[in-house]
Design a protein around this ligand. Structure first.
Ligand code: ATP
Ligand code: MG
Length: 174
């Protein structure tokens, strides 16, 4: 059996957007398989983490199918936190099938995973001004044009979930 070369992409995917898709398509030209690890899996219904881990898995799967990405090459996993330190990196690499590399532009995440023996691969930026979770959540809060920042299927799922109302509710005071 040929051992697949795998890379890890670690994020919150709140929500899954076209920048994530760009990185995934770029990475699939370089690795056999990708592990998408969804952090902060135990937080939802907040402004920073509006969607549940399950909803994020659903968005990712539908977006990849829509883009023609083979789901047989992508593994999704979850982890409750997003904290990074060396002990946590060891914990994380043992939650997922063996990965050779981590794909990240975050220098802290890069260093921590380098320390536990992973190769660090720096992806290009895909229209980072527009395709950034924080920006997209802000657009949702302010009736901005968030829909063009996410794959069509993700926009459909967010509407089905009343995601805009949810994030506004999370941002309001009692
Ligand atoms: P947030 O603002 O909520 O942190 P984000 O857009 O950074 O959202 P994450 O879920 O934190 O999304 O990102 C997961 C990974 O995808 C990170 O390594 C991040 O650098 C990368 N990434 C996200 N958007 C882009 C983009 N437009 N181009 C390149 N890499 C991206
Ligand atoms: Mg981020």
């Amino acid at each position: 059996m040929k051992i697949p070369r795998r890379a890890l992409i670690f994020g919150r995917f709140q929500p899954f957007h076209l920048g994530h898709l760009g990185v995934i398509e770029w990475a699939l030209d370089r690795f056999d398989e990708l592990v998408l690890l969804i952090g902060m899996a135990d937080e939802s219904h907040t402004v920073r983490n509006p969607f549940t881990a399950g909803e994020r898995i659903w968005m990712i799967r539908e977006a990849l199918k829509e883009a023609g990405v083979g789901l047989d090459r992508v593994i999704t996993a979850t982890v409750p936190t997003m904290s990074v330190y060396v002990g946590h990196a060891l914990y994380i690499v043992n939650l997922v099938p063996h990965v050779h590399a981590i794909i990240t532009r975050n220098p802290v995440i890069a260093q921590v995973f380098r320390d536990v023996g992973l190769e660090v691969v720096l992806p290009p930026e895909f229209n980072r001004e527009k395709y950034r979770g924080t920006t997209i959540r802000h657009l949702m809060l302010t009736n901005g044009d968030w829909e063009t920042c996410v794959p069509e299927k993700v926009a459909e799922i967010i509407k089905y979930l009343n995601g805009v109302e949810r994030i506004k509710q999370a941002g309001s005071k009692d």
